[in-house]
Design a protein around this ligand. Structure first.
Ligand code: MSP
Length: 747
């Protein structure tokens, strides 16, 4: 960051505030852990620091999620916000404030900001007709059917009276601002993307909504709620007291030094937010820094992909410090990075157990063994000590700048050179072994020199790494006889960190294990914890408890023969994917069978044996096929056999129809909007001749969720639904007799 701070000895940093439609996972923890590490270092440098996090609780997305969970948006938000806060506390994150956008202090501040923008002439009334992505809560340019350019999900057509913000008036000013403040946004990819977005022209932005009510009312015109992004971004100032009588913190800490965000929300933070602030006459933040995505199984870790890992799992097996170290060491900040249990355990064993942990334990134990736990006088330096001292001094000089540039990975990599250097120094001088050609006195001198020097190097390493490994560092600090690390950090100990702080005569604390080597089963234990959690989530959802819909790879094994009356599958009938799949989507379903699509239903029907069971035990008891089905076995045409792996490639999911309407000029097609619990989609289905659209709303169906999107009549179809295709008759949609949670996978 190149800009001069208006308050050099204060630091204000923020995480994005998290949507409460998803339970916290590692992706969320990543941003918050990065901020925690920064905050800890700043405080330990004696800088007055304010670290804010919180939850984003308004908007259409949350309103819908709450409805699906069968509770009020407020109840829903309260439950999930508590989960976020609970997790941050469990991980020991040192946020100073946690703001919820449903709090009164926030409502007041947002209304003040809105009124200020209006009073200063930057807000006017108009109407918006266009596309909206509910998942990203973002307006999207393009005709109906345009998928969201950010997340690829179908957009919805919105036609509303809205208030508009004169964003177009800020195009020049923003570009000039970026030019004058090159450190405002990073990494470079974010900077380029934002600048090109602004250069391509800014349109005025709708900043209120009228088609739903879960939000902050526009002051003076309460049928509007404030657009959720204006509402959410304002948290950074409302949490400091903007808009209240007590705005001391706002005056003290604003503008923020770092808004740390995920790269996908840089437009909101680097374009809209500074424009709102400029319009309101409030200083803009000093920098916005975007982290890349944490990937798991090749995709962005997210609820909608169903590929999440929980921070608790890693914490329970390897400890919170390990998670922090892994995330900051493994992923160069700003880039996407893979998370895997394998890589995690490898880093743990390599860098922490065998590296830092082992080094500390060797030295502390030897000081106890050879010097009764008291730091000896080092005596005169030889070349070896001078070299180690120079490395440590170099580490002190280089770690801070790299860390402060958020280049944690580089900072740690270099610091671990000092770990390895100290280890090598110990091994080379072998204080535990007395060579035959030495006198006792010589050897004693060597032991004293080597152990005092190595211990001092450990002290430096520990002080520097403390923001990243706070628990381990606190233990080592005790073992080195330095007392409470929290106290030292509170006194700004890092500011004065220099070689030579470990005084002779210092009494060491008891040695205690830091990072016991992870055994082979660590990976399996983490995987089991995740599986178990996924199962619990599915069970909870099916018991109608309030849960954020989670796309747990369902442990539920759905037996097809339990379909509804209408859908109970007869031997000669197939469950046929309809809509986007067939060559001609407008072809009536009974002639448009897709035989290649694996049909688990057919296999159970044909053989009257249970569906090949996946590894996990099915929750649903196996059901004996109906006699009628058995009786007709012989008449069933045999389909090509597939393996369970082939079948596993097809993502069959339970979805609910939210919207169903005819597609103009296509008498066989219906346009459906379906909810999978974790996301909403548009699907086109060739069932218009057989189903009244109104009667479909609310029905739970089965869809093929991972079918490549296809365009028909200018509309994108994102998946296809399954129906029994009857020879010469109407198709019958697949459904369930029992309650099934949305998003449950059929397998
Ligand atoms: N509510 C908005 C932010 C409003 S800020 C005024 C939002 N919320 S979110 O819950 O969808 O995402 C919040 C942040 O979570 C992301 O910006 C990112 O920092 C973090 N991440 C969520 N999943 C992630 C990964 N898989 N990887 C890295 N970070 C991720 O957007």
């Amino acid at each position: 960051m190149t800009e001069t701070s208006p308050h050099p000895n204060r630091f204000y940093l923020t995480t994005p505030i998290y949507y409460v439609n998803a339970r916290p996972h590692l992706g969320h923890a990543y941003s918050t852990i990065v901020c925690d590490a920064i905050a800890r270092r700043k405080r330990a440098l004696g800088i007055e620091t304010w670290f804010l996090t919180g939850t984003d609780e308004h908007g259409q997305k949350i309103e819908r999620s709450a409805k699906l969970a069968g509770c009020t948006p407020q109840e829903f938000a309260t439950q999930v916000a508590a989960e976020f806060r609970g997790l941050w506390d469990r991980l020991g994150l040192t946020y100073d404030d946690f703001i919820r956008t449903t709090e009164e202090r926030h409502r007041r501040g947002v209304q003040k900001l809105f009124a200020t923008l209006r009073d200063r002439g930057f807000i006017y009334k108009g109407s918006y007709t266009g596309q909206y992505c509910v998942s990203d809560e973002a307006y999207v340019d393009g005709p109906p059917g345009t998928p969201c350019p950010d997340c690829g999900r179908p957009t919805e057509t919105v036609s509303e009276e809205n208030y508009f913000f004169k964003l177009s008036a800020f195009e020049r000013r923003l570009l000039e601002f970026y030019e004058a403040n090159p450190g405002f946004m990073a990494p470079e990819s974010t900077r380029r993307e934002v600048i090109s977005f602004v250069r391509s022209g800014l349109k005025d932005l709708s900043v209120s909504r009228t088609s739903f009510s879960w939000g902050i009312p526009v002051p003076g015109d309460e049928k509007h709620v404030v657009y959720v992004w204006l509402d959410a971004l304002a948290n950074y100032i409302t949490a400091l007291g903007y808009g209240s009588e007590d705005d001391e913190k706002f005056r003290k800490f604003w503008p923020a030094d770092i808004h740390l965000i995920g790269k996908e929300i840089s437009r909101f933070h680097c374009v809209y937010w500074p424009a709102f602030l400029m319009a309101a006459g409030i200083p803009v933040p000093r920098s916005v820094r975007a982290n890349g995505w944490l990937l798991f199984d090749q995709g962005k870790m997210s609820k909608s992909r169903g590929n999440i890992v929980r921070a608790e799992t890693v914490q329970d097996v390897l400890g919170a410090d390990t998670l922090r170290y892994f995330l900051l060491r493994e992923i160069p900040f700003g880039q996407d990075g893979n998370f895997s249990f394998d890589a995690l355990v490898q880093r743990y064993n390599g860098d922490l157990a065998n590296g830092y942990g082992n080094l500390v334990s060797r030295v502390v134990n030897m000081v106890h063994k050879y010097f009764a736990g008291e730091v000896p006088e080092a005596g005169a330096e030889t070349q070896a000590e001078a070299a180690l001292r120079a490395s440590a001094v170099g580490a002190i000089a280089s770690f801070g700048p790299a860390f402060d540039e958020l280049d944690f990975s580089e900072a740690l990599k270099n610091l671990w050179l000092l770990v390895a250097g100290t280890d090598g120094y110990l091994t080379a001088n072998a204080p535990w072994k007395k060579p035959v050609d030495r006198t006792d006195a010589d050897h004693r001198k060597l032991q004293a020199r080597v152990l005092a020097t190595a211990a001092e190097a450990i002290r430096i390493i520990t002080a520097l790494v403390f923001p990243i490994l706070p628990d381990a560092a606190a233990k080592v600090w005790q073992q080195l006889g330095q007392g409470e690390l929290a106290d030292a950090a509170g006194n700004g100990f890092l500011k004065d960190l220099a070689w030579g702080g470990l005084k002779p005569g210092t009494k060491f604390g008891e040695p205690a294990p830091l990072f016991p080597r992870a055994e082979k089963d660590a990976i399996e234990r983490m995987q089991n914890l995740e599986d178990q959690n996924n199962r619990t989530a599915v069970e909870a959802a099916s018991k109608d408890e309030i849960v954020a819909p989670s796309h747990a790879p369902a442990a539920t094994s759905v037996n097809p023969t339990t379909g509804t009356d209408k859908t109970s599958v007869r031997a000669h009938q197939k469950l046929t994917p309809t809509a986007a799949g067939p060559a001609n989507p407008e072809q009536p379903l009974n002639t448009a069978k897709v035989d290649q699509v694996p049909t688990p239903l057919a296999s159970s029907r044909l053989n009257s044996t249970p569906v090949p069971a996946p590894a996990e035990a099915p929750l649903a008891p196996p059901v004996t096929p109906a006699p009628a089905a058995q009786g007709q076995e012989a008449a069933t045409p045999q389909t090509q056999q597939i393996t369970i792996d082939d079948f596993a490639k097809v993502d069959l999911c339970v979805a609910q129809i939210l919207v169903a309407e005819r597609v103009p000029k296509a008498d066989k097609l219906l346009r459906l909007e379906v909810d999978l619990g974790y996301e909403k989609r548009q699907i086109l289905a060739g069932i218009a001749q057989y189903y009244e659209p109104e009667k479909l709303i609310g029905r739970k169906i089965v869809i093929v969720a991972n079918l490549a999107p296809r365009k028909m009549r200018g509309l994108v179809s994102n998946g296809m639904l399954l129906a029994a295709s009857l020879e010469g008759g109407a198709p019958v949609l697949a459904g369930f007799l029992e309650e099934v949670p949305l998003g449950a996978r059929l397998k």
